[in-house]
Design a protein around this ligand. Structure first.
Ligand SMILES: Cc1cc2nc3c(=O)[nH]c(=O)nc-3n(C[C@H](O)[C@H](O)[C@H](O)COP(=O)(O)OP(=O)(O)OC[C@H]3O[C@@H](n4cnc5c(N)ncnc54)[C@H](O)[C@@H]3O)c2cc1C
Length: 202
């Protein structure tokens, strides 16, 4: 799994403060204010639209399509994902869940033979003249993918809160953990507002 921050709004926290202070006509306090405390007050008051002024874009690679399928349910983000219509899945590339990997030889052999059967059927369908857009139907959810994803900070806060929860699915949780670390480095006063170990969703 690879998560790379490829773009972020410069001076994001000050921009959010600037936008929020416009509401209260207090932009003159920018030079002397404690941005972190101010942003925390906004967050606790539910004044969340101001967090939409900053955004971040990530390149995410080596996650499964099972993971990306969950990710794209977040409708307020933007996505560009490697196509299985235009790009051939030449080599077997898939994610093995830790419970399978660490569950002993019988489990991991069963999993790997299913993967090999899928890719071998895919290659055979292509060889027989079936277009990629149809041949891909035999590929598994475990198949790796790559995507670029952009969202504003309000949406990242929302996504991270949901997907870092203890009951979130392990792969999306791991991926969001990496995104969270990078966003916390860039904007600690914003992303420090949510905890890594969020409570359960349900
Ligand atoms: C633990 C877990 C289990 C899940 N299990 C399932 C499952 O079994 N089946 C399944 O189908 N999904 C499942 N989901 C996905 C879930 O139902 C959501 O689709 C997904 O988490 C995206 O959340 P969202 O809609 O809040 O987020 P976003 O799409 O990121 O939206 C952010 C927020 O914007 C607002 N919003 C966005 N669009 C609208 C709209 N059209 N109308 C009103 N408000 C809107 C809402 O306040 C929303 O919370 C699961 C999610 C989790 C975390």
């Amino acid at each position: 799994m690879h998560v790379e921050l490829i773009s972020v709004t410069p001076d994001a926290e000050r921009l959010i403060e600037r936008a929020a202070r416009t509401c209260y006509d207090t932009t003159d306090r920018m030079s002397s204010s404690d941005t972190s405390t101010f942003l925390e007050k906004l967050f606790n008051a539910g004044h969340l639209s101001v967090f939409e002024h900053a955004s971040a874009t990530f390149r995410i690679a080596g996650v499964s399509r099972a993971c990306s399928h969950q990710l794209v349910r977040h409708r307020l983000a933007s996505y560009s994902q490697r196509s299985q219509r235009y790009v051939a899945e030449k080599e077997a590339s898939y994610v093995v869940p830790p419970r399978v990997e660490q569950g002993g030889k019988a489990l991991s052999d069963t999993f790997r033979s299913a993967m090999e059967a899928s890719w071998s059927a895919y290659a055979e369908l292509i060889r027989l003249g079936i277009p990629r857009e149809d041949a891909r139907y035999v590929l598994p959810n475990a198949c790796t993918t790559e995507l670029v994803m952009s969202a504003n900070f309000r949406e990242w806060l929302h996504i991270l809160k949901q997907r870092l929860a203890r009951d979130a699915q392990w792969e999306i949780r791991e991926m969001c953990g990496l995104i969270y670390e990078k966003l916390r480095e860039i904007a600690p006063s914003v992303f420090g507002l949510i905890a890594r170990e969020s409570p359960k969703n349900h």
